[in-house]
Design a protein around this ligand. Sequence first.
Ligand SMILES: [Zn+2]
Length: 336
Amino acid sequence: MDVQLIQRLDNRLDQLVNLDMGERGIEPLFKAAVEQQGGSLVGAAAEALLAVPQNGQVLLTTGSVSRAWITPALGENDGPSGAAAIARALVKARNALCIMMCEASLIPAIQNTLQSAGLFPLTLEQAQIAQADASLASVVMLPYPTDDESGQQKVQKILEELQPDLLFSTERVGRNEHGVYHSMRGIDYGMGRARIDYLFEEGLRQGIPVVAVGDGGNEIGMGKVAAQVRQAIPYGDLCQCGCGGGIGAVTSCDVLVTAACSNWGCTAIVAAMAARTGQADLLHTPEREALLLDTMVANGLINSTHGIVDDSVDGFPRASHVAMAELCRTIVAKAL
Ligand SMILES: [Zn+2]
């Protein structure tokens, strides 16, 4: 592996996915994270994911209940396809047992998205059999409590039982310093939302590696760049809900990956994994992205910017997500 080539590719991936096409103020967060982590964000994330031991276990989360005040069954389409690309790459590269935790209400849609990425849903016991003989690419879906009390009580039990080698979060809203979960518009939309940020905080405290992807400042991991979220993000200093805080999540991480759209951050991470291993089959391809976009529409995941079920994500049209997969593949082609 040509280390200098890999660094150049990492930096191009970082720059590509942090072009602030949505005008959200992501660039100052990106710069701060690069400064704090001392190098490429997607490169550091790829290395953390590839450091998962062969036959290891990874606990992942994604999913955002998009209009919680209407129904907890409605999730958004930024998050699931990116998480699916990451889980697939972990299975391919490390034969990892991937456990996806989210709200019970979002399990059907997220499970079907993961299945479109090649991962068959199994129970934990079944997935252990599948992992032992590496005979089936699979994923385990588990619900996480949506109230503060059980969300905190469950943490130790889950970490002890599952013994994860790594925690991964993408587009998963975390609470602010007043315990409120905010939308990008600064509204409290914590109702029906999994309190899994408590688990990530305890994992971090115990020294389990935590990799987090976000695009808005209100996600798990953004505690790392809290000062920049307050300065650069709308409602970063003061929300509209009256809690007295901003929308920034307090939960930090080991490796933060910022992106203009969280799914793009995940696409870039798996490209950086492919560059390091020379395994082209880790890439998130344009063809698979198109399939996942169709699956997410069929499962009612919402384009949250426009408030409609369609194949735009975060308001960016379908072609931009397909192109992002193609561009990430093009960037790392020289290493494959
Ligand atoms: Zn508030």
